[in-house]
Design a protein around this ligand. Structure first.
Ligand SMILES: [Zn+2]
Length: 92
């Protein structure tokens, strides 16, 4: 039986995971999908990808893989991305 395996950039999950915490620090920030995706895209472009091989259906803990330093980097990238999107959101 062949296993279904695929590549996953777990940095992406980590950024989504921390997005709400960063947004919580800034009550004035827009929370629409456009802005959320823009913030995550900008942040990911400033972070190194972390590819892992996954098996379909496998359960794993995303944040358990995050070291403190890693987390600090993600926070910083998200905060900077949030500022940029706030300055020029792609909508009125
Ligand atoms: Zn918005």
């Amino acid at each position: 039986m062949t296993k279904e395996i695929f590549l996953k950039n777990y940095m992406e999950d980590c950024v989504w995971e921390l997005l709400d915490q960063v947004l919580a620090q800034d009550p004035e920030a827009c929370r629409c999908d456009t802005c959320r995706y823009d913030i995550v895209a900008l942040a990911l472009n400033h972070l190194p990808p972390r590819y892992v091989v996954r098996e379909k259906g496998e359960i794993y803990s995303k944040l358990a893989m995050l070291e403190a330093q890693h987390r600090a980097d993600i926070y910083r990238a998200l905060t900077e991305a949030l500022m940029k999107v706030k300055e020029s959101p792609r909508h009125d």
